[in-house]
Each structure stands twice: as structure tokens, then as C-alpha cells.
Design a protein. Structure first.
Length: 114
């Protein structure tokens, strides 16, 4: 059974940084495309970063240059390093794998506020 558990969210001031983690079980992240999504109330979930099995990364225009997706194969964990955070980044962040698009974790809340 595939499970994705996100962690690392919290309250941060504008300009600050956070690193989110997504621990996966039931799937080997090395062999799969993994993505980080975020959602705010009243809006659809949006893809902000993706990492393919080959190591190719893509980012939405809104986070390009500020966020970085990576993985630790030994820990079967995907990370999202978020820098230069601004209030518009406030959202619940989820990870997902393209192989099982209907499986989502509980998400982790990121709040950017002074």
C-alpha cells in the first residue's frame, strides 16, 4: 500500500525558509516522478515542483528560483526546500507520485506571515 507522509510545515516570516519532507512507503521514489503541490482555500491544487526518475526538475513560474525539489534515495524521501518565502506561498503542501495520482498524504501547512 502506497503512503505519503508530509512534514516540515509551520509559521515563517516573509523572506524566511522551510524544508518540507515527504516520506514514501510502498513505492520507490527513485523510479518514479514525484511532485509537490499546494492548495489554498477555494483554489485548485497546483503543481509547484516535480522530479523525474532521471533527475529532471521542473517548477511553476511562481516558485522558480526560490524552491528546490530533491530526494534522498536511501531514506525514500522527497524534499522541497523553500527560500525567500512570501505570504502568497501560504498553503497546504502535498506530495504525490504520478504513478498513483489519486493517493495523497495529509499535507503540511505552511504559513508565511509577519
Amino acid at each position: 500500500q502506497v503512503q505519503l507522509v508530509e512534514s516540515g510545515g509551520g509559521l515563517v516570516q516573509p523572506g524566511g525558509s522551510l524544508r518540507l519532507s515527504c516520506a514514501a512507503s510502498g513505492i520507490i521514489i527513485t523510479f518514479n516522478t514525484m511532485g509537490w503541490y499546494r492548495q489554498t482555500p477555494g483554489k485548485e491544487r497546483e503543481l509547484v515542483a516535480a522530479l523525474t526518475s532521471g533527475g529532471t526538475t521542473t517548477y511553476s513560474d511562481s516558485v522558480k528560483g526560490r524552491f528546490a525539489i530533491s530526494r534522498d534515495n536511501a531514506k525514500n524521501t522527497v524534499y522541497l526546500q523553500m527560500n525567500s518565502l512570501n505570504p502568497e506561498d501560504t498553503a497546504v503542501y502535498y506530495c504525490n507520485t504520478r504513478k498513483y495520482p489519486d493517493i495523497w498524504g495529509q499535507g503540511t501547512l505552511v504559513t508565511v506571515s509577519s
